[in-house]
Design a protein around this ligand. Sequence first.
Ligand code: BES
Ligand code: MN
Ligand code: ZN
Length: 491
Amino acid sequence: MTAPKLALSDIAVTEATADVVVIGTVQRTGGTFSLAPGSETVDAAFDGQLVEILSTLGATGKADEVVKVPTLGKLKAGLVVAVGLGKDPGPEQVRRASGAAARTLTGVKRAYNHLSAVDLHAAIEGTALGAYAFTQYKSENGDSPVARVDFAAESSKENKATLKAATAIAEAVATARDLINTPPNDLYPASFADRAAALGKAAGLEVEILDEKALRKGGFGGILGVGGGSSRLPRLVRMTYKGPKATKKIALVGKGITFDTGGISLKPAANMDEMTSDMSGAAAVVAAVVLAAKLKFPLEVIATVPLAENMPSGSSYRPGDVLPMYGGKTVEVLNTDAEGRLVLADAMVRAAEDAPDYLIDTATLTGAQLVALGRRTAGVMGTDEFRDRVTRIGQAVGENAWAMPLPDELRSDLDSRLADLSNVTGHRWGGMLAAAQFLKEFVPDNLPWAHIDIAGPSFNNAGPWGYTPHGGTGVPVRTIAAVLADIAENG
Ligand code: BES
Ligand code: MN
Ligand code: ZN
């Protein structure tokens, strides 16, 4: 987990003392490819033959492709790594290609990245994100990530600021990934709360932890209901960053189910282990509020994080129970596996008491998100304007996001015979939207609100790609960070 040292370098690529030089290739129509802007000097060192050499080695320029060429003394570095940027290289292509390169550079001492000539911020971010490894539970560490990467860029004031911001953002993503990747026997509500408090205090935040007693006293019936089945009782963490000359107040809420068995409505055994990631929303908002402090955003940001373990036991909540939620509403529980919305509802009502200007919640909320949008695209719901703003920003930072509606009829499908509403509809249609309709009941009218369902994108259960490793991805940390930056700038 030693992150590489990242620096700017104005030394020409031919003179750079590095072990590896990373350049880009761009797909052209007709099956050919060209070198990305900035690689001319490298090509010159190969007497203008680099495209031919690469093409002989099978290069095409397509995304995620990595082709290695020994320099045999043509450069100071011994190896050129050419990574594909696809057809239309923009920041996300540079980020992915730099990530793919970083993943092949394990064990390398020093690399020189030339993709910064296309986009410096994306090259840095992609490199840092791709070099991430979580080895805490391995007896033998294996190859360590690349130790140092220099980016071809003059060390101007602007570029230094870019280096600082991109590094801080990648660190925040790594913080979220570390929390997600920590197994549920070590990460439970109390230990998560302690880790959040340590991160918050180190960044100068105000931190408050409500334990089960305080939750009872406060009337947090949703969190207590969901968390009651576990011997490891629930918590509510509140982390406050008050920036200099704060103009706007943003409330962040993240689902923190440290393990989701489904409870009495038990999940099937297959892939249940992946429910170690059911606290990805919580991890993202903790990382985001800490990042807001590190980047000194002129904002007030308050993260409210409900933490519980959803377990079946004699003290579990039951299907049929009616929970007295924080704020006074009652909910009839028809399925204990729809637990995320219950802990979120309590936390969102609490968060809204601070009278924020915006509310963003994020959660691994529904399997229906995966059915609707697949593993890599988050669903964004909420109030129309803010939902679209968050979606646009999510797409811009390369964390795919798509705006989804809140159909009225799904709200009436949540009507309960006994209580104010029930926690599930009696059918499986539009499950992601029904969950959001449930949450909407706990959001004050007129509060701009965005709900980001990250059931798929928060956790990569397959092989690594681009800058995305196996396991926790850190989505939507970069979206939230960019939304905060946008609010800081535009209100
Ligand atoms: N944590 C799950 C959602 C989930 C599923 C996240 C797969 C990541 C991958 C959530 O608590 C859940 O169990 N939701 C139920 C809701 C249903 C009972 C209405 C679901 O989606 O099946
Ligand atoms: Mn569940
Ligand atoms: Zn869950």
